[in-house]
Design a protein around this ligand. Sequence first.
Ligand SMILES: [Zn+2]
Ligand SMILES: [Zn+2]
Length: 448
Amino acid sequence: MCRNLTPSTAYLDHISNQVASDIAAVPSIPTHADDYSDQERLWSIVAQQAEDVHDELVDLSLDLHAHPEVAFEEHRSAAEIAKLLERHDFGVQRGIGGVETALYTEAMSENFDPEQHPTIAVLSEYDALPGIGHACGHNVIAACGIGGFLAAAVALEESGLPGRVAFIGTPAEEGHSGKEYLIRAGVFDSVDAAIMIHPFSYDIGSHVWVGRRNLSVTFHGVSAHASSEPFMGRNALDAATLAYQGLGLLRQQMPHSDRLHAIISEGGERASIIPDTATMSIYVRSLHTDTMLDLSQRVDDIIDGAALMAGVKVTKNWDVHPATLPVRNNETLVRRWQRTQARRGRTPLPSGVIPDTLAASTDFGNVSQVVPGMHPMVKIAPVGVALHTPGMEQAAASEAAATAILDSSIGLGQVAIDALAEPELLEEARQEFKARGAVVRSADLFGE
Ligand SMILES: [Zn+2]
Ligand SMILES: [Zn+2]
């Protein structure tokens, strides 16, 4: 029998149609605000500097794209980024926070006092995916972060404003939580706001990113000859299949914003031997930190119950890589981002237009839970091209990506400079951050 394996696109089509009609109803974003018109001069300095370095940034982006490196192995990429920053006279620290491929540099006003003056951090990722290269477009993120930093640094110098702009190169996002290591090492302790962009198939101000925990499970049973002495065995694979079924049944009772993924990664060697070992790898995702905890507890119970039923022992290792937290987009900063992009002819969508169904996870979530942060999405690909696909890999080296690098460098630079120039903007961002839960640390929630 030959069956058609292509999944129907009916549901995706419904989403696309809904999004298209919602986008048509999004009001246009004002490009000027009377009360801030005195910042036009600084915005022009930012834009000019971004234009000046644009060719260099596109070259870097294409170079990283042609030499993809996976999490924690971004040695060449980090070296190329450092070289570019050094060409612009910034001393670069390599291997910060105990992460070898992390980078740091900064620009600050004369008489900068960290106790009194703000620090805005611009973040760059640069890791690729195994097998499909830069299919998440982190080469574009790298270029935009550098551009935003360089542009803000020049405007800071020319403005005489008190403050600091930091550039943080944050490796190992894919499948890991590189930023969480930097948080634990104190890299964000003196940061007042953290900003970055991510490429996508839409321009979005606030996109939903769910938190993610990982769980490794090993069931320990007793092996026995499956034919002659099965009664002397305790079947670890039985426990794994019971757990797999239990997780499957739980799904009906989960809120739609929760996700549960599980595989049985090891389940015996030979059918004639009752397996004494079975292993599972499980991901738990949820939209809020408290619902992440709730779901984790249900998963724990299912695993323990499965072990009990099969009469085996179990070891559970939560968060072998640190958990990622849901992104808390700071809307005060996002509104500024939207204005910068409107001036570039883009309309970053407000939250709610792109449905939560399309949510994934990012370790920027952890950053956004310790300082006010924004993580807008920038269109580099046609609608329908998803992250982590060959189509997105191509888009990450496209003309559209080059345009996005300019627009985003300007946007990041202008948001950074606004945050330094307007104490009331940063204060509003802080108040919003406080009202929406203040500091939440992954290590406190889930243990180190
Ligand atoms: Zn990704
Ligand atoms: Zn990504």
